[in-house]
Ligand binder design. Structure first.
Ligand code: KG4
Ligand code: ZN
Length: 374
């Protein structure tokens, strides 16, 4: 049995987790900073790194306690060291190095985006008192790990920073085949929530509100780019929503004025707009997945499963549409349990397991990198 402590501080969640053998989650502590950033409508990097400093020690203590292990029992320390906000990453990387050095354990730096595609293989370990949380019960009984998923796979990472399709010949090999040319889909959700006046965090709020609206109420654009393109573009959808809510601007740039504001919307209009935005945003993802599956087959690289990860994989419409598509294509679908869609440290610890098995570990000069090496 291998026990890995994972640390994740790439954005605004301070997270620590202990994972056994790459998939059995013994603890998953996430200290969110939502309250801290809500009044600014988005993450303020300086506030985030300061909050990570205050929270990282208690988060690690809580993860080890909840996992019912001692620090000495750990086999390695894993940390998300790229990509992300540099000031935030440095806090997690420094904490991981301090632990690895003082405990004399191996250190493993993990790519945050790759880790998102590991999240679907995580399962909660039962507690020693026999209790299991709701999340565990909600998961499929088969404890299939990513190793059991069939490769090659099509991977889709949908988060605040990424909307990327990958051909994955094997678990650790990600070959990008499509990406956003402007906003990431999570970023578009967050901006749409601001436009609709429904606050931060935008994605989950908009998803909830969309349940009460009519997805066909407003016709918003689905930007598919060139025929056959696997890239994404969300800026047109965002602008269309802005103009629908506020009217076309009078004047340009910072002096532009709008006819209306989000305050003029009725509750029903706001819900219809949320539902229509969600329908457009998710339609594009599903169309591109379909295109990617077809193209992989056409070029003789057919995939045998579909893996989705990242914050937007928590989205109710994406989950149900992806399930429908996978069923139609008779393709196994690997979606993370809700707790492992958004940023967490269990995916970091889980992903590091294969590296530890290969003895592929890092030195104490491991850097924090704002952009991924790929
Ligand atoms: O993966 P993540 O936690 O952080 C990044 O790596 O960026 O993703 C966060 C993103 C945010 O943009 C958030 O609004 C979005 O995921 N998100 C959602 C939902 N839950 C989180 N977007 C749509 N529907 C959701 N239910
Ligand atoms: Zn993320």
């Amino acid at each position: 049995m291998a026990l890995i402590l994972g640390i994740e501080t790439s954005c605004d969640e301070t997270a620590a987790a202990v994972v056994e053998d790459g998939w059995r989650v013994r603890s998953n502590v996430v200290a969110t900073q939502h309250d801290l950033h809500a009044r600014y409508g988005g993450v303020v990097p300086e506030l985030a790194s300061r909050a990570h400093l205050e929270r990282i020690g208690p988060a690690v203590d809580a993860a080890v306690d909840e996992a019912e292990v001692a620090l000495e029992d750990l086999d390695a320390i894993a940390v998300g060291n790229r990509p992300g906000l540099i000031g935030s990453l440095i806090v997690g990387v420094s904490a991981a190095k301090a632990l690895a050095w003082s405990l004399n354990k191996p250190l493993i730096g993990v790519d945050h985006v790759q880790a998102h595609l590991h999240a679907a293989s995580l399962r909660n370990a039962p507690r020693s008192d026999g209790s299991r949380d709701m999340d565990h019960i909600a998961q499929p009984p088969d404890p299939a790990s990513l190793a059991h998923a069939t490769f090659p796979a099509l991977g889709l990472v949908v988060s605040g920073g990424h909307t990327t399709l990958y051909h994955m010949p094997e678990p650790d090999v990600l070959e990008p085949i499509g990406r956003t040319i402007d906003d990431a889909v999570g970023e578009a959700y967050d901006k749409a929530a601001v436009i609709l006046g429904i606050g931060y965090p935008g994605g989950p709020n908009l998803d909830k509100l969309a349940q009460y609206g009519n997805p066909a109420a407003y016709k918003l654009p689905r930007s598919l780019l060139k025929p056959g393109s696997l890239d994404f573009s969300y800026s047109g959808l965002k602008t269309a929503l802005l103009y629908t809510v506020r009217g076309h601007p009078q004047g340009r740039g910072p002096d532009a004025t709008f006819l209306r504001s989000a305050d003029d919307l009725s509750d029903a209009e706001r819900a219809d707009l949320a539902a229509s935005f969600q329908a457009a945003a998710i339609d594009v993802l599903i169309t591109k997945i379909r295109r990617a599956l077809d193209q992989c087959t056409e070029v003789g690289r057919p995939v045998r499963s579909l893996i989705i990860g990242g914050g937007v994989s928590a989205n109710s419409r994406l989950r149900s549409r992806a399930r429908d598509l996978a069923a139609k294509r008779d393709l196994p679908l690997h979606l993370p349990a809700l707790a492992y869609c958004v940023d967490n440290a269990a995916m970091i610890a889980g992903h590091a397991h294969r590296r530890l098995e290969r003895d592929d570990v890092d030195d104490l000069d491991l850097p924090a990198l704002a952009t991924a090496k790929r």
